[in-house]
Design a protein around this ligand. Structure first.
Ligand code: HEM
Ligand code: SF4
Length: 405
């Protein structure tokens, strides 16, 4: 279904296929006059538009961060259809409270046969009503928030000529990946590797890149990048499983079990030196910050407690920090805003707790909260839920409350 939606909505333009060398067009496979964009027309969309499909109980694509999120409803092993969520998005700008991260809202249910139509009509509503004048206000989330969810649903119904049915019940348990071996419904095997911040390289004690290269030589399936920066060695036939298992062992490739649960649930954007928009370090810094938090967790008996921690070098939100239980967004070199209270299953945004703090203050701030969490938490209570119950931050039920004091 993901491929079908993607193929249907792909822009038809081949403008990007032009090749220019030393100021001259050397490949001219395109006659722009012949180009037809049946959905986007001559003006495309005002801004990026993201679509993701999640299959409960796993919300591993952070479905509520998507402009259009689809929640698969499976009953008795059969795909019944999708709950439709609209208007999620992460990016904001420091100091501009008119910008905010938002979670998508579930507006109804459609069958697999209706899905393409729903996706196309949703995109055309953003095409026609999205703000093309103010770039920071151009994402679909603002189109929906400004006009209201009822307006959107009515507009969608009119364009479809029929209404979505009532959303079906669903339950998400987590928004991380399922590490290690999983057997697919087609009998093939998949191994999800923990890749810290998505960086594949060899180090003295961890030959990750070499190991993957050796696996690629014999692998008969594919490699898939996950939305949580990990890697799935996917579609392994039963015949090849033993061989690949051997290589995984030989090169010590990790399913994350040897790491603390905090590290397994961590994610950082690339930031410096790759990203020109970064205000602070992220990928190169988060691993060492986690190294300083681990002893605190260890002492509190929480080494295996899953806490979702994310960091970005700026508020554009490429590592989806607004949905983490514990998050850091770069403000200046060495300085971060600290956020608490996100939902463990990616269902709730977090909230600003402290502004513009460096490492010492970060550790001094988090240590007592973790210690209190260890002592006072309710059975099964997640860290994000606890920080709200204990009064550190207010619950954010909607992105429009994100900046509220
Ligand atoms: C390296 C340079 C990069 C730049 C300059 C960049 C730029 C941006 C910008 C400007 C936004 C805000 C969009 C908005 O709010 O409308 C954004 C959001 C985002 N980017 Fe990146 N990005 C970079 C790398 C990446 C990478 C490598 C990934 C993942 C593979 C990524 C994933 C995301 C996600 C998930 C969001 C937030 C969700 C959303 O609001 O759409 N970015 N990025
Ligand atoms: S969040 Fe900001 S710093 Fe990080 S990669 Fe995205 S744009 Fe760059």
């Amino acid at each position: 279904m993901a491929s079908k939606v993607s193929n249907h909505l792909d822009p038809r333009t081949r403008a990007y296929a032009e090749i220019w060398l030393d100021g001259e067009k050397v490949s001219d496979s395109l006659d722009p006059g012949e180009e037809v964009e049946p959905i986007y027309g001559p003006v495309y969309l005002p801004r990026k538009f993201k679509i993701g499909i999640a299959v409960p109980p796993s919300n591993d694509v952070d479905v509520f961060s998507q402009d259009l999120g689809l929640i698969a409803i499976v009953e008795d092993g059969k795909l019944k259809g999708f709950n439709v969520s609209v208007g999620g998005g992460m990016g904001m700008t420091h100091g501009d409270t008119k910008t905010y991260p938002q979670v998508g809202k579930v507006i109804g249910f459609c069958t697999p046969e209706q899905l393409i139509d729903v996706a196309e009509k949703t995109v055309t509503i953003q095409r026609d009503y999205g703000d093309r004048a103010v770039r920071k206000h151009a994402r679909f989330k603002y189109t929906i928030d400004d006009r209201g969810l009822d307006w959107f649903t009515a507009e969608l119904t009119e364009r479809l000529g029929w209404a979505l049915s009532e959303a079906k019940p669903f339950q998400f348990d987590h928004h991380g990946d399922r590490y290690g071996w999983v057997k697919g419904s087609d009998g093939k095997w998949h191994f999800t590797l923990f890749i810290e911040n998505g960086r594949i390289k060899d180090t003295d004690d961890y030959p990750l890149m070499t190991g993957l290269r050796e696996i690629a030589k014999v692998h008969d399936g594919d490699f898939r990048l996950t939305a949580n920066q990990n890697l799935i060695i996917g579609g392994i036939s039963p015949r090849k499983k033993k061989k690949i298992e051997g290589l995984i062992e030989q090169y010590l490739l990790s399913d994350g079990k040897l790491n603390s649960a905090l590290r397994r649930n961590s994610m950082a954007c690339v930031a410096l030196p790759t990203c020109g928009l970064a205000m602070a370090e992220s990928e190169r810094y988060l691993p060492s910050l986690i190294g300083k938090l681990e002893p605190v967790l260890e002492e509190a008996g929480l080494r295996d407690e899953e806490i979702v921690i994310r960091m970005t070098g700026c508020p554009n939100g490429c590592a989806r920090p607004a949905l983490a239980e514990l998050a850091f967004i770069g403000k200046a070199p060495g300085k971060y805003n600290l956020y608490l209270g996100g939902g463990f299953a990616g269902q709730r945004l977090n909230k600003l707790y402290k502004e513009n703090i460096g490492e010492d203050e970060i550790l001094d701030t988090i240590r007592p909260i973790i210690n209190r969490y260890a002592k006072e938490r309710l059975p099964e209570e997640h860290f994000g839920d606890f920080t709200i119950r204990a009064g550190y931050v207010k619950e954010v039920r909607d992105g429009q409350e994100f900046h509220a004091v």
